[in-house]
Write a protein that binds this ligand. Structure first.
Ligand code: ZN
Ligand code: ZN
Length: 272
């Protein structure tokens, strides 16, 4: 039994149709599979444009595949975007992909280095100010919306290879991330270990970093594994590596979505 809830298809910026993604999930042996299109955001042309069409398509696929796999209709919510039909979703992933700078402009933190370079300039060249704005928004979003899953908590690291924007192995960075983590954990959602950035070659580790995972275990928080998959080839990318990272952080169990809700499954069962 294994679930995967953070996936994209052609209703947003995914490369494959929802049906192709579900077929790949069946081949990979998942028992429970959810789609989580990006909520509509007028600044982002590849966000979901046809929310009703997406919900209809997912309900039809859920029925069509019921003998092979349990299919869910979720959404990746971002505070810069909007959701028209919140009651339609089986679950919500709360994720931040952009920050608002002191000049009032919004900058993506996961688009490309050109936009991040502009963001850095808008924060007066102080990368830690950008970090603080990002984690403040993550915390505010989780507190306000209480998502089922907290998406790629430390996405701000994505384009920070070679410490391009801030020194990520410093006490200053770690303390900022830890304080946000603790406030988010207090809301009770499940954190994901997300291998999407690794699959796409940005960093060589999944979100979240080890020191955050260790703190989550101390806090008694729950974690799950997501591939944040945008094409059929990445459907189960890095799952073994993520499970090992979670075990090494001291967890005994993983939150797995089973028949419409999270259950805790021993990691040992999932790893053999
Ligand atoms: Zn995302
Ligand atoms: Zn995503």
């Amino acid at each position: 039994m294994f679930s995967s809830l953070h996936n994209h298809c052609t209703f947003c910026d995914g490369k494959n149709s929802a049906q192709e993604m579900i077929e790949a999930a069946v081949r990979a042996g998942f028992t429970d599979f959810g789609m989580s299109c990006h909520c509509h955001d007028e600044r982002f042309s590849l966000s979901m444009q046809d929310e009703e069409g997406y919900i209809r398509a997912m309900r039809a696929l859920c029925a069509a595949y019921s003998s092979k796999i349990r299919v869910y209709c979720g959404i990746e919510q971002d505070p810069m975007g909007s959701i028209r039909c919140p009651e339609a979703y089986d679950y919500v992933i709360g994720s931040v992909h952009a920050v608002r700078a002191p000049n009032g402009m919004i900058y993506s933190v996961d688009n490309n280095v050109q936009e991040m370079d502009e963001a850095l300039r808008a924060f007066g060249g102080d990368g830690m100010e950008l970090v603080r704005a990002y984690y403040a928004l993550v915390t505010e979003n989780v507190r306000k919306t209480k998502p089922d899953i907290i998406g790629h908590f430390d996405l701000i690291l994505k384009l920070n290879k070679d410490n391009r924007y801030f020194a990520e192995n410093t006490q200053a960075y770690r303390q900022t991330a830890l304080e946000a983590l603790e406030q988010c954990a207090a809301q009770g959602g499940v954190f994901e270990v997300n291998t999407g950035g690794m699959y796409r070659g940005y960093r060589d580790f999944p979100y979240l970093q080890d020191f955050l995972l260790v703190r989550l275990r101390e806090l008694g928080a729950r974690v799950t594994v997501s591939t944040d998959c945008h094409d059929v080839n990445g459907i189960d990318y890095g799952v073994g590596r993520a499970l090992a990272q979670i075990r090494d952080a001291g967890f005994d169990t993983l939150a797995v979505w089973h028949d419409g809700g999270f259950v805790q499954i021993p990691l040992e069962e999932l790893m053999h």
